[in-house]
Design a protein around this ligand. Structure first.
Ligand code: UN1
Length: 438
């Protein structure tokens, strides 16, 4: 039977089984991620766990696709919302989260009654094939719920153009979004975009310094700086600037950089030579405006593009800091007043993730209030990366405005039908309009 005709909880049961199969094959899929995306094995296992968590979430959700019932102003009428599947969802994913972002999209799309066409990054097609193989192992009749399309920008463009795609969901750079969103808009299609970030953290005088150092190090250097949520800019209150910088330099010096398959490695290599060249070009470009640059150099390990994550001390917020360089470069600046730090944080075009480190309630409330962070994600005493699936994930401004994964993000994968039903014998018109023969 057609997938969209199955009762949603039956669709949820398939997703539950997919989660069970992923649990069984977690190690195998994680190894494939480390092989292709080159992230450390613990992060790859975490990424598979993210898909498993999505399966659990979506299974529960399959019984909770609630539509509101509103009181009708007319006698013997019922007014309600019914949520319907959209049809085919296209999902374009990036190399850095080769299965988790697919999981966010697929699990929701599937319980909502849609099928998915997945275009993975050309760097991580093996991860896509293995994920599809795991899906195929849990179903005889619905293997074609996932179709994989391989290729580069042209394939993504074909999907964006295709009138039969009801939702075009894409994760990647702001440039990619600027190219593809107008293509979807020209056919008045729907898109869901999760584009670049340029995430900042603010460290206030009352912060727990050791906790902040740990969180900053993971967010800035983890995944070799290749998450959309990676911490790229750090604003430190001037009264604690020197102390925190010293601790951060020690923390970065102590990072274990090496083979991502080795369980003790904390930072693996960059994806490829291009990523390395981009990083070096950016460091070169900010050399004249920086006060000091710590790290950033290539390390001679196994012919890979291993780098020492860089800390760049800046005097002012320069143009270099406005661009997302997909590599471990952390720009650091002192600030005097919290409102000034928040302004600097919000001064970039992207609006994905943000953090404040403070033990002062007034500061954290300011940060989370209407005059605070302008990002889709705002954390207190946690770094900018590593969000759980339960919340809606995505960002504002040039990040594209889309929301994926938890909360009510499922609504993007359905169409809202407003139904008014007359169970009386008269035909009263809304707003008291009279249309009877006089
Ligand atoms: C991404 O880099 O595109 O919050 C996604 C995080 C991860 C997802 C990152 N859960 O860092």
């Amino acid at each position: 039977m057609a997938w969209r005709k199955l009762p949603a909880p039956v669709r949820g049961e398939y997703i539950r089984r997919f989660g069970e199969a992923l649990r069984t094959r977690k190690a195998e899929l994680a190894e494939k991620i480390t092989l292709e995306a080159k992230k450390i094995i613990s992060e790859s296992q975490g990424e598979v766990q993210e898909v498993i968590d999505m399966c659990d979430f979506a299974t529960g959700l399959s019984r909770q696709l609630y539509g509101l019932t509103m009181p009708s102003e007319r006698l013997n009428h019922r007014l309600q919302e019914i949520w319907q599947p959209l049809g085919v969802v296209a999902c374009v994913t990036a190399f850095n989260f080769p299965v988790a972002v697919f999981g966010w999209n697929f699990c929701l799309a599937a319980v909502c009654g849609n099928s998915i066409i997945w275009k993975p990054s050309p760097h991580t097609e093996g991860c896509a094939d293995l994920t599809k193989e795991i899906w195929d192992s849990v179903t005889e009749d619905h293997k074609d719920l996932i179709l994989i399309v391989k290729g580069g920008n042209e394939s993504a463009n074909d999907l964006a153009q295709n009138e039969k795609i009801s939702l075009f969901s894409a994760t990647g750079s702001c440039e990619m979004g600027r190219c593809l969103a107008p293509v979807v808009a020209t056919r008045l299609g729907r898109s869901l975009l999760e584009l670049g970030g340029n995430n900042a953290a603010i460290v206030c005088p009352s912060a727990d310094m050791d906790l902040a150092v740990k969180a900053i190090t993971f967010s800035a250097a983890g995944t070799a700086g290749q998450r959309c949520t990676t911490l790229r800019r750090l604003f430190i209150h001037q009264s604690i600037y020197n102390e925190l910088i010293k601790k951060l330099i020690i923390s970065f010096d102590n990072l274990i950089i090496g083979d991502p398959f080795h369980p003790s490695s904390q930072v693996g290599p960059l994806l490829n030579e291009q990523s390395y060249v981009n990083m070096q070009n950016r460091l070169e470009s900010c050399r004249s405006s920086a006060i000091r640059i710590h790290g950033g150099e290539r390390l001679d390990i196994d012919n890979g593009f291993y780098v020492k994550p860089a800390i760049v001390e800046m005097k002012t917020h320069t143009n270099d800091m406005n661009t997302e360089t997909f590599a471990p470069i952390l720009y650091v600046m002192p600030y005097q007043h919290l409102s000034q730090a928040i302004d600097l944080q919000n001064s970039v075009q992207q609006g994905l993730s943000s953090s404040i480190f403070t033990n002062n309630l007034k500061e954290s409330e300011l940060f989370l209030g209407p005059e605070g962070s302008d990002c889709g994600i705002a954390n207190v005493n946690i770094g900018t990366s590593g969000a759980e699936i339960g919340g809606a994930f995505g960002g504002e401004k040039d990040t594209g405005g889309g929301r994926e994964s938890g909360s009510d993000a499922w609504k993007s994968y359905m169409r809202r039908m407003t139904a008014t039903l007359n169970y009386g014998s008269d035909l009263p018109l809304a707003q008291g309009v009279e249309f009877d023969d006089k």
